[in-house]
Design a protein around this ligand. Structure first.
Ligand SMILES: O=C(O)CCC(=O)C(=O)O
Ligand SMILES: [Fe+2]
Length: 332
């Protein structure tokens, strides 16, 4: 993929999002990740089986079937086990799980993806540590617990600026979302409000609908204008940090599996400074680019050790997901 053209950049400026087809090679970028996650799921299954929390290891089942069974039998998504992140800093312990595998890292620094990012935020690109994998089984197969609804149900309306802390308010943060499996509308891809990035940061209400979930009340924007963004493997969508978005429910027969990554210009605040980012591309100083997946893995391991020791001693108040703005009277 080459750099974006003027028409594409104008579209992004006008609507605050830009879906792009066939940006990268899904066989090269996605298949190794899927392979890696088979191992992650099997490890989780071994752990849960040992703890007698599941009835079987589901050995002859597909990835999707195994994951669904695990969620059905435990009533939990185990989302953190798969995620390339850590819980909120105050909750990090040495037992915290996450997945920081080489194929995941390779996607973060994929040249085709970085070309798109460079077109929008420039050539000095920092990988922002606000990043998630989301694996959502068909809703009809899951127990209707709040816990599962929050972690693997449809994502409520928000702006990404509203879910990082306010130190990043001046940061030119770009969200990159792509599916690992084809994500048609019924599988629950993103939905966006075109042009909503022009209206500034809206109030995000805590515990709205479900506990711990930040969401923008629908009377603050034009929900009728929402458009779904179905994508196939190899496609991606980029979002402005103020574009109002969420995701649709997964009413399909298959899992809905996506990565959402964020990038900002080198030197700007990530909004989650307790977690490690890295230089993904620098035309000015290519020696500053991180290209070693093992080093990236170590950075997260060290973060876990550091935050665990803080938590087991004298807990400090780390600024995470904290915003002082927003008019809470709009949340009623
Ligand atoms: O994939 C989802 O359900 C939500 C993703 C999202 O909010 C994001 O990419 O910023
Ligand atoms: Fe988001």
């Amino acid at each position: 993929m080459a750099l974006l053209n003027k028409e594409q950049l104008d579209y992004f400026d006008e609507f605050g999002f830009l879906p792009l087809e066939k940006v990268f090679d899904p066989v090269k970028v996605l298949d190794p990740i899927i392979q890696e996650y088979h191992g992650v799921l099997d490890n989780l299954i071994d752990d849960l089986y040992e703890e007698e929390r599941i009835s079987s290891k589901f050995e002859n089942s597909s990835f999707a079937e195994k994951l669904t069974k695990v969620m059905q039998e435990t009533g939990e998504s185990h989302a953190l086990y798969f995620d390339f992140s850590l819980p909120a800093p105050a909750a990090v312990t040495m037992e915290s799980k996450g997945w920081f595998g080489p194929s995941v890292f390779n996607a973060f620094v994929d040249e085709d993806i970085l070309d798109v990012v460079e077109s929008i935020i420039g050539s000095e690109i920092y990988s922002n540590p606000v990043q998630h994998v989301r694996i959502k089984p068909p809703e009809k197969l899951l127990p209707k617990t709040d816990n599962l609804k929050v972690s693997v149900g449809a994502t409520p309306w928000h702006q990404d600026q509203g879910v990082v802390n306010d130190e990043a308010d001046e940061t030119n943060m770009l969200t990159v979302w792509f599916p690992l499996l084809d994500a048609p509308v019924e599988s629950g891809p993103l939905k966006v409000i075109p042009g909503s990035h022009k209206g500034g940061l809206l109030t995000h209400c805590g515990d709205f609908g479900a506990k711990g979930v930040m969401q923008i009340p629908t009377h603050l924007f034009d929900e009728e204008g929402a458009v779904p963004v179905p994508l196939n493997r190899g496609d991606l969508v980029v979002l402005n940090k103020r574009t109002v978005h969420g995701s649709l429910p997964n009413i399909s027969e298959n899992i809905r599996w996506s990565f959402d990554l964020r990038y900002n210009p080198v030197g700007q605040n990530t909004g989650r400074e307790a977690f490690p980012g890295f230089v993904a591309r620098s035309r000015r100083d290519s020696s500053s680019e991180l290209r070693d997946p093992v080093e990236w893995n170590h950075m997260w391991e060290e973060t876990k050790i550091r935050l665990s020791s803080v938590n087991s001693g004298d807990p400090i108040d780390i600024n995470f997901r904290k915003r002082s703005d927003g008019n809470q009277s709009e949340c009623a």
